[in-house]
Design a protein around this ligand. Structure first.
Ligand SMILES: [Cu+2]
Length: 159
């Protein structure tokens, strides 16, 4: 009990010292190893972001890839294949019965390369993504825990 108190007090003292003395003690605190939670999820500075726009649309343009968001945390279809290097237009549409918003984000590994705006129930939009390099991507919904609930799919970009 007593030893625990001393350790806690010491720890507080060190933290206070670090906070107050700033640059003097800072070098001894490095290097900082990212925690597991920091290495997961979307990267703050994606290495391969491509141009993307989301524009409301009533109907799919010619050649658009049809993607339904919902009902529930699911994409229809959940497997997509598009050509590399050219602008791909996804026609995103959310059934009016949807209770929650959805979007479509595309990532390779941990890097988000493009993301659409969020669509409420009854909305539709053209999500245009420019020039994806060939490879295997994942697409998923970024609303709350929809990814964990399985709102994701595979996107193959063919050479
Ligand atoms: Cu969703």
């Amino acid at each position: 009990m007593r030893r625990g108190m001393i350790v806690a007090t010491l720890a507080l003292y060190v933290i206070t010292l670090s906070a107050c003395s700033g640059t003097v003690l800072a070098p001894t605190l490095e290097p900082v190893t990212p925690t597991a939670s920091e290495t997961r999820g979307p990267s703050p500075s994606p290495v391969a972001t491509v141009a993307a726009t989301t524009e409301p649309a009533d109907s799919p343009p010619t050649g658009a890839v049809d993607v339904q968001l919902g009902l529930g945390p699911v994409f229809h279809p959940s497997t997509l294949e598009v050509p590399a290097g050219e602008v791909v237009t996804f026609f995103l549409h959310a059934p009016p019965e949807n209770q929650e918003p959805h979007n479509m984000a595309i990532r390779m590994g941990l890097d988000v390369v493009a993301r659409s705006a969020f669509l409420e129930g009854g909305e539709a939009a053209v999500f245009a993504v420019g020039g994806l390099p060939p490879g295997e991507y994942r697409f998923y919904c970024e609303f709350e825990d929809h990814l964990a609930e399985g709102m994701a799919g595979d996107l193959t970009v063919t050479p």
